[in-house]
Design a protein around this ligand. Sequence first.
Ligand code: ATP
Length: 335
Amino acid sequence: MPSENDAALRALLPREAAARLQSLRLSDGVATLVLDASGLGAAERAGLEIGARKALERESDIAEVRVALMAERDGPAKPAPRILAVGSGKGGVGKSTLSTNLAVALARRGIKVGLVDADIYGPSQARLLGTEGTKALAHDKKLVPVATRWGVPVLSMGHLIEPGQAMAWRGPMAAGALTQLLEAHWEEAEVLVVDLPPGTGDVQLTMLQKFKPAGAVIVTTPQDLALIDATRAIELFTKGGVPIVGLVENMAGYVCPHCGEESDPFGHGGGETSARGLGIDFLGRIPLDIAIRRQSDAGEPPAAGDGPQAEAFAALAARVADWLAAPSDRAAGAA
Ligand SMILES: Nc1ncnc2c1ncn2[C@@H]1O[C@H](COP(=O)(O)OP(=O)(O)OP(=O)(O)O)[C@@H](O)[C@H]1O
């Protein structure tokens, strides 16, 4: 039976959230709500969660708000989302930044996208999608993805551990964590963009063996060394039978923050030539632009804006969406 206290809390909720409320509990300053999000798209789900969260966070006796969005189970089972792995041979090439913005740009095209941060030891997606400090809830022993303002639900170790907490896990534990992130309530997503850690460790192998991606996007930078490393990442996927969607050249060309002029300190066309040499598609270039770093650090994905940075990610998303629309042909063609 709801207590008077619960009724008072319920009255604080926006009308839509109150109508969809399944349960609401306040204990030790933590308000836990379960909302029925059946029939809602990703953006509406995000709006529902954010509205409820904001309304309760204003209360002085509520220190934390936990929201779980549930969808009806009846009706035909939805197919599992197709996994798009984003990989690189080495760290620091901007793979996480690319994963975030590719996911946001795909969502802007109307595709229902979720994002999994498979970088178990160095998670960054909570920050990049402006959800730092939000804890992921579990329902039916499965994690519930965290809604974002950009219509891209996300799960990252950053939503499970305290910021700065060291992850001293052995490989199998990290692989187990990845399994939890991927086997979460992703029912609403058609595509899951998975930001893989660099290299070829346990996490990548689990990914290939257990959750066969539909395709892999390889991120590189113009420096030769990174291109050689990218070759290794490509080999990992092709040996695992995962089709390569193509190569993205990040930090390609420097955009002057003062005059906007683009220059190429590392030469132009390395990514294109390299992709051609490897027999894979070239998906495009994302310039080295201080605005990309600033907005990303602030949890505002540049792909969600309307500047030239957003255009670069939109062009990339268009190529990837084309590939997703005809994956088997492409895969067969690439074989
Ligand atoms: N195109 C770009 N222009 C400007 N800065 C960028 C660009 N791409 C990435 N960065 C910045 O470079 C840094 C590294 O990017 P990011 O964390 O995405 O790389 P990563 O390959 O995922 O690294 P790691 O392997 O360490 O996880 C970040 O500070 C990010 O904001």
